[in-house]
Design a protein around this ligand. Structure first.
Ligand code: A3P
Length: 290
């Protein structure tokens, strides 16, 4: 007998599905934030390594100190659509701001900087599934299966919309001077190189800090998966005990433990169709099916 497909619950705002409990007024005002020349945005589709890079930039800005327990990364490097424009505008400059918006919706200033992190869609959907299942108050999807979530993801019926539209919107700008486009997988393959790249992009004063081995080593240590798995209240609100932790596995290829043959074929097809005429497949050559 066919079991009815479960769907996560969302609110709707300005054409975006957003997690229930996100203040709609903040989301709306976030879209209208007036980006400033010294602003630094960390931009991702959900589950592509946002928190990892939030912590890297926070530590760069705090001379290698890790975010202490009791602080919340989403207030320190706030999520624009969650806290709204007023909160962000009141922060001291230079600001570090998180957003999940596609390019055309992201507040733009030619002198602001944008770090975009992309992750392959196969691992992204798995990570997004556990995220959506775990934040019960936001999505009411505790009983949802991976198959249920996969259908929503492949239709683009999830918060912040279609993965491919998001990726394509920023990929088009990957060579802009004020955009640093990196992948989660490349960061995992060579983390020190990417921490340097991020610091270099932010400016020479950040890069100079990395000449201090103590600062560099501290950033490497405290932004590792193992360290960030500790004291997770720093990264997210609490999830029910039976759910996976927010910093979950941090692996490349966990999708192989979740996808059916049919799902592999369907997401591969969508990947091919959506990215035709671009080099996006090269970002993940050998990692995902073709
Ligand atoms: P998994 O669910 O695959 O483990 P975001 O911060 O955008 O929500 O992304 C969350 C994903 O990044 C999760 O993936 C999480 O485990 C992973 N992640 C977070 N910190 C990490 C780190 N320091 N190193 C590697 N992966 C990390």
């Amino acid at each position: 007998m066919n079991q009815q497909r479960q769907k996560p619950h969302y609110s709707m705002c300005q054409g975006f599905l957003i997690p229930m409990g996100f203040p709609v007024t903040c989301f709306e005002s976030g879209l209208n934030y007036n980006a400033q020349p010294e602003d630094n945005f960390i931009v991702t589709y959900p589950k592509c390594g946002t928190t990892w890079v939030q912590h890297i930039v926070w530590m760069l800005n705090h001379d290698g100190e890790p975010l202490p327990v009791g602080k919340d990364i989403n207030l320190e490097v706030p999520h624009l659509e969650e806290v709204g424009a007023e909160f962000v505008a009141a922060m001291p400059s230079p600001r570090f701001i998180k957003t999940h918006l596609p390019f055309s919706f992201t507040p733009y200033c030619a002198d602001a900087k944008y770090i975009y992190i992309a992750r392959n869609p196969f691992d992204c959907v798995v990570s997004f599934y556990y995220h959506t299942k775990g934040f019960v108050k936001h999505y009411n999807f505790a009983e949802g299966t991976f198959n249920d979530f996969f259908e929503c993801f492949i239709e683009g019926e999830v918060d912040w919309g279609d993965y491919f539209e998001h990726l394509l919107s920023w990929y088009d700008h990957r060579q802009d001077d004020n955009v640093l486009f990196i992948t989660y997988e490349a960061m995992k393959a060579d983390t020190p190189k990417h921490i340097r790249e991020i610091a270099n992009f932010l400016g020479s004063s950040y890069l100079d800090k990395l000449n201090n081995a103590e600062i560099f080593n501290s950033i490497l240590k405290h932004t590792s998966f193992t360290s960030m798995s500790q004291d997770q209240s720093r990264w997210s609100s609490q999830r029910p005990k039976e759910m996976t932790p927010f910093i979950r596995k941090g692996e490349i290829g966990d999708w192989k433990n979740h996808f059916s043959e049919d799902q592999i074929a369907r997401l591969s097809d969508k990947f091919r169709n959506k990215t035709a005429g671009t080099d996006i497949a090269m970002l993940w050559a050998d990692l995902i099916p073709n």
